[in-house]
Design a protein around this ligand. Structure first.
Ligand code: NDP
Ligand code: OXD
Length: 309
């Protein structure tokens, strides 16, 4: 079995050692420009267009991440009819639950305000809202959104979820489709975005959406920068409609020097680290799926190119 591999920004020696140990009978090679020797499978994260263009020899492409927007963004450079599989959880669900819980609790318990008070040596109690009045809304009730929902339910927050098709998650009030978006947003005090980046979800965190949340709501974007209309968030922060935001992703990554988010007193920025792709969990999952797929068995995590995720 021949496998080509490209993993943007990762330690290739470390990853290749893990992959070769898990698939000892495969010939796994790091793809380099000009290398067009036939291959059965491609394992990729943000590959250059030249790697996959015209490769009708491939049986499947494995995306070494949950989001496939970068891969599908290759457009015609992506061979048609070659199945694409993405990572499902692979250790990211727990990390996402940790991050989202931290962000929600940090805001709910008013820790930023306590930090500002401490700078002024001010010892003053601030009231915490009742949990029942602090609804958390999760956009995207997929592999990661569900785990975030479960973590927040554990702390007693009312949790709502919104998805494309109707979902059912124990303890979560579920909404589906554009027709139920307004209802989902109203009364939401903390909005978490865990949607895939698709044509339908681009710019979904806009003036309109933010304007429908409870006044003074908090925004947590853990998905992709393309979901957020950044100027609309800055306006909503200025007007007080949005109390603050935690953003793990940005339209341009790394966030450019001088971007207003860097110094905004009510914006917390992290460098796309909410849930890292862990080598060992990833290698285990990809190996199991690849071998099952090769035997002709059904596997989960198949990407629907038409839907974009
Ligand atoms: P899934 O595909 O499992 O879940 C996606 C969810 O979004 C599903 O519930 C889906 O609905 C819903 N959805 C898709 N399109 C729409 C739409 N148009 N309207 C409403 N709901 C929609 O993805 P994951 O949970 O695995 O990952 C989600 C995203 O998180 C990834 O695409 C990636 O961008 C991001 N991510 C970010 C990381 C980070 O470190 N910041 C790390 C990992 C992922 P339905 O259930 O009906 O299909
Ligand atoms: C992913 C990511 O999509 O790390 O997996 O952003």
């Amino acid at each position: 079995m021949n496998i080509i591999y490209y993993n943007d920004g990762e330690d290739n020696a470390y990853w290749l050692a893990g992959l070769r140990a898990a698939l000892p009978h495969a010939d796994i090679r790091l793809w380099l420009p000009g290398n067009d020797k036939p291959a059965d499978y491609a394992l990729v994260w943000k590959p250059p267009a030249g790697m996959l263009a015209g490769r009708t020899d491939l049986k499947a492409i494995f995306n070494l991440a949950a989001g496939v927007d970068a891969l599908l963004g290759l457009g015609n450079a992506l061979p048609a009819n070659v199945p694409i599989l993405r990572l499902e959880d692979a250790g990211m669900g727990m990390q996402m639950a940790e991050y989202a819980t931290h962000a929600v609790l940090h805001h709910y318990r008013r820790f930023d305000e306590y930090a500002r008070q401490a700078q002024k040596q001010e010892w003053r109690y601030l009231e915490t809202p009742l949990k029942r009045d602090f609804t958390v809304g999760i956009m995207g009730l997929g592999t990661l959104g569900r785990q975030v929902a479960q973590a927040l339910l554990h702390f007693g927050f009312p949790v709502r979820g919104w998805s494309r098709s109707r979902q059912s998650v124990s303890g979560v009030r579920c909404y589906a489709g554009r027709s139920q978006l307004d209802e989902f947003l109203e009364e939401t005090k903390a909005l978490i975005c865990l949607l895939p980046a698709t044509a339908e979800t681009a710019g979904i965190l806009s003036r309109d959406t933010l304007g429908q949340l409870a006044f003074g709501a908090y925004l947590i974007n853990l998905a992709r920068g393309s979901h957020l209309v950044e100027a609309d968030l800055l306006d909503a922060l200025d007007s007080g409609r949005i109390a603050g935001a935690t953003l793990d992703v940005a339209a341009q990554e790394p966030l450019p020097p001088g971007h207003p988010f860097w110094h905004h007193p009510r914006v917390t920025i992290t460098p796309h680290i909410a849930a890292a792709t862990l080598r060992d969990d990833t290698v285990r999952q990809v190996t199991e799926k690849l071998l099952a797929f090769d035997r002709g068995e059904a596997v989960t995590g198949m990407v629907d190119r038409h839907n974009g995720y």
